[in-house]
Design a protein around this ligand. Structure first.
Ligand code: NAI
Ligand code: HPV
Length: 606
């Protein structure tokens, strides 16, 4: 059976922030505290062969969530939101007003004009579960604080791409032909045809810095204008650039050879002030710069110096380090600078699209789905999710069981999870399972709400070290997993039999006909479906035990769903696992404990 390699990995960091650019699915995971997900068998709870149905349960059915829309959002998006939630459109809130309001909101929707700071998450006191950024750039949202507070951040990454690219091209052409300056001059009663002679675009080299969604659309359009387009993007696939007829080059080559530079990278620590005194000095004299990305990628004071020195002939800027910029900003007032007030995404079409995209993402997240555009949660593809659904439930329940077995104030620190599967390691994405085990372990012992967003962070914060191992089995890899084992090391147990021969609290489970089952406790093999709650008893194996315990429970009308006995050998020690639908009273549990053959027992809530 169990053969082959074992891979171990320690988990400690925050969840991956990487996500595929295209993803079209949502998972049903509890991201909102008033929502939970159950997977119920169709046609009765013990009809195990029946297909599973995912059911989203809202704890308080009358409590509509409240969504605060803090910046102007397209009507189509607002109307979707209003069908589902109480919508509070409050624009131009001060930071203090935002912090006050947020404690009454389940979701917040912003554009680039609202800083969603750590204070906002702290002020929400755990109620805020989703921040929707109606646009691309999430540099105005404190992602670390969101993650620490278990708050999902979603954006609308595609609907304004074309608008931003068109604005980039508009600025490029307007700058080259002095459109804004000439317009102001004519309106001031002048007719200065010689002063506003421009430069041509055709045949000039354009360096597109950042070959993502907007950058590639700008490149495509610039090619149509007859420009020679090169690009610098350390992460873009060369074949995607080649397909548009663009060569990817180094940063230095791009800035040194370009007649025009157009910026399309996100603002990150690596791109902050990437255009500065040093890099301006490497540029061709008379270079022209367009920025529709973020103001912070340019050192604005250095740009003023480069304009004054003639290194940079012109600049066209839609974005600024501080928005709005100071009225007396030298950069904004510069004669050879064309400016717009962050209009890249502002077309009727883009705003309609963005509003719908963000409304759907926020509603999905509030319903307990994981939106495709999540920024601070690991993404799990649709097919993987469908396959893993019953294992997701199993993982959480094993975590819950394992932690409830801890006793003696020993402190939970080291958790080992083993996944046994005939799949190759790369073929099994365990992030979701790890998050659910973490949820199962932490939630019964704290008031922290754990979800896919903050699971790794919360584990790290509590000093939990979770290591994952893979047991690779022979056989057909039809099912993603054979069993999952959760072990807690260096602890005592309330139920000594849960300690395996190797010294850890051990619980192991499998999925049978779509239903999660507990199949091992300590070194004892059992088989009980993980529904309702469980009583574990260690006893001397002898006839009549099942009947005795069953009738004590029956007296109190506690329905027994499953019973199974795992024993070392006939008439030796055995562990009996009893699944019960209801919680037995203390007296009933005491009566079970008083049965002379029962050496120890424990009641565990699932
Ligand atoms: N002015 C406006 O209204 C709008 C501004 N934007 C901004 O435009 C920028 C690009 O947006 P999208 O194309 O949608 O994003 P994207 O994520 O599709 O593309 C960004 C690209 O930049 C690349 N990149 C990352 N670090 C880089 C570096 N150090 N040097 C060069 N390239 C780097 C990435 O590999 C990626 O290909 C973002 O900052 C976004 O906020 C987007 C829409 C509207
Ligand atoms: O999507 C982006 O990154 C933008 O910069 C657009 O910003 P806005 O939504 O227009 O404030």
């Amino acid at each position: 059976m169990a053969t082959g390699s074992i891979r171990a990995a320690a988990v400690g960091g925050s969840p991956s922030l990487n996500r595929p650019t295209q993803l079209s699915l949502s998972s049903k995971l509890p991201l909102h505290p008033s929502f939970s997900v159950s997977f119920l068998p169709r046609g009765g709870r013990h009809h195990h062969a029946a297909p599973l149905v995912a059911v989203v349960v809202r704890a308080s059915l009358d409590a509509k969530p409240t969504v605060l829309v803090a910046e102007k959002l397209g009507e189509a998006g607002l109307s979707l939101l209003k069908d589902f939630a109480n919508v509070d459109c409050s624009y131009n809130l001060s930071p203090e007003e935002l912090c006050t309001k947020i404690s009454l909101c389940d979701a917040l929707i912003v554009r680039s004009g609202t800083k969603v700071s750590r204070e906002v998450f702290e002020s929400s006191a755990g109620r805020l579960k989703v921040v929707g950024r109606a646009g691309v750039g999430i540099d105005n949202v404190d992602l670390s604080a969101a993650t620490e507070h278990g708050c999902l951040v979603v954006n609308a990454p595609t609907a304004n791409t074309v608008a931003a690219a068109e604005h980039g091209i508009a600025l490029l052409a307007a700058m080259a032909r002095n459109v804004a300056q000439a317009d102001a001059s004519v309106k001031a009663g002048k007719w200065q045809r010689n002063k506003y002679v421009g430069v041509s675009l055709v045949g000039k080299t354009l360096a597109v810095m950042g070959f993502g969604k907007v950058g590639s659309e700008v490149a495509r359009r610039a090619k149509g204008l007859g420009m020679h387009v090169i690009s610098h993007d350390p992460y873009a696939p060369a074949d995607r650039a080649r397909a548009v007829g663009v060569e990817l080059v180094s940063f230095d080559e791009a800035i040194a050879t370009a007649d025009f530079i157009s910026l399309h990278m996100p603002l990150t620590p690596a791109t902050a002030k990437v255009l500065n005194d040093e890099t301006f000095a490497k540029m061709k004299k008379g270079v022209r710069i367009v920025n529709v990305a973020r103001g912070g990628v340019i050192d604005e004071e250095a740009l003023v110096r480069a304009l004054d020195a003639g290194t940079v002939a012109q600049a066209a800027l839609d974005v600024f380090t501080e928005e709005p910029p100071a009225k007396d900003s030298k950069l904004v007032q510069h004669e050879r600078v064309t400016v717009t007030p962050h209009l890249g995404a502002s077309t009727m079409e883009a705003q309609e699209g963005v509003a719908i995209e963000i409304a759907e993402a926020v509603i999905g997240a509030l319903k307990g789905e994981l939106a495709a555009t999540a920024v601070n949660a690991p993404m799990v593809p649709a097919e993987v999710l469908t396959e893993l659904k019953p294992f997701v439930v199993l993982a959480e329940k094993l975590g819950r069981l394992a932690v409830q077995l801890v006793g003696g104030g020993s402190g939970v620190k080291t958790i080992k999870v083993t996944y046994a599967s005939s799949r190759a390691p790369d073929d099994l994405d365990t992030r979701l399972l790890r998050a659910m085990i973490t949820k199962g372990i932490i939630e019964p012992i704290s008031d922290v709400f754990v979800n896919l967003v903050n699971a790794d962070f919360t584990a790290k914060q509590r000093g939990l070290r979770i290591t994952e191992e893979r047991v690779i089995l022979d056989g057909s890899p039809e099912s993603p997993l054979e069993y999952v084992q959760v072990q807690i090391a260096n602890v005592e147990s309330r139920f000594a039999s849960a300690i395996s021969d190797s010294g850890e609290i051990t619980v192991e489970g499998r999925v049978k006909d779509g239903i999660p089952h507990l199949t091992k406790v300590g070194s004892f093999e059992v088989d009980v479906s993980l529904e309702g709650s469980i009583i574990l008893c260690r006893q001397v194996d002898q006839p009549g035990m099942i009947g005795t315990v069953g009738s004590i429970l029956g007296e109190e009308n506690v329905n027994v769903s499953f019973m199974s006995v795992g024993r070392i050998a006939p008439r030796k020690q055995a562990v009996m696992a009893i699944g019960v639908d209801d919680q037995p009273s203390k007296e009933t549990l005491k009566k079970i404990g008083d049965i002379s053959a029962i050496e120890e027992f424990v009641f565990l809530k699932l």
